[in-house]
Design a protein around this ligand. Structure first.
Ligand code: MLT
Length: 208
């Protein structure tokens, strides 16, 4: 447990009038404040739950350790994924939201831990928008993600995520039964207006 916060993660919670909650997961070097404006811009009525990653890399918050860019410390990733899932359960009880209507909106490192949740703790989320994700790990057994809506948003010139890796992730999620929407765009690792427009559309059309 993180002593700074009784639920285990430093976080922000912003209530919203709809039954949906967005779980905002920042990229490397981000904080719990970073994605609040984006979350609100994509969904005016959802509640927002935004934790800060508990790992520090040269002072920059992340959601799990990596050994090099794109090379993950798998044991740490597994442990941190379970910590985050436990935080979600505690936050759902504390703030009274329905985890089935919890949609992760993760960017980069945040998208990768959201992928970890889908693969290792699939009941933690009702869906996920993964912006510039990679395969976080290969699970020992395939989770049951039947019908779970997932957006995978890929930049075809992303220097951090090879397109082949993103394709593997899409195949893995589909094999697990997820309802995957793919958005390949002419972009790098950064988010573009087109990324945000597709996320907004996907939320309106697919997310519970
Ligand atoms: C990661 O470490 O999760 C990915 O390399 C993305 C990043 O944070 O740069």
């Amino acid at each position: 447990m993180n002593k700074a916060d009784p639920l285990g993660f430093i976080h922000r919670f912003v209530p919203g009038p709809s039954g949906r909650t967005l779980l905002l997961l920042h990229g490397t070097g981000g904080t719990e404040d970073d994605l609040l404006p984006l979350g609100r811009a994509l969904d005016a009525e959802a509640a927002l739950l935004s934790p800060r990653g508990r790992v520090l890399e040269n002072g920059m918050p992340r959601f799990f350790r990596r050994l090099a860019e794109g090379v993950f410390d798998e044991q740490d990733l597994i442990r941190r994924t379970h910590e985050l899932a436990d935080f979600i359960e505690a936050a759902a009880a504390h703030y009274q939201f329905d985890p089935k209507k919890l949609i992760a909106l993760g960017y980069s490192n945040g998208a990768n831990i959201a992928g970890g949740l889908l693969l290792l703790r699939p009941k933690a989320l009702g869906g996920a928008a993964l912006l510039r994700p990679m395969v976080p790990l290969m699970p020992e057994t395939l989770p049951d993600l039947k019908g779970v809506p997932v957006l995978v948003s890929v930049g075809n010139q992303d220097p951090i995520v090879p397109a082949e890796n993103a394709r593997e992730l899409i195949a893995l999620l589909r094999q697990a039964g997820a309802d995957v929407t793919v958005c390949f765009e002419n972009a790098g690792h950064g988010l573009t207006e087109a990324t945000l427009a597709s996320a907004r559309r996907w939320l309106a059309e697919k997310a519970p």
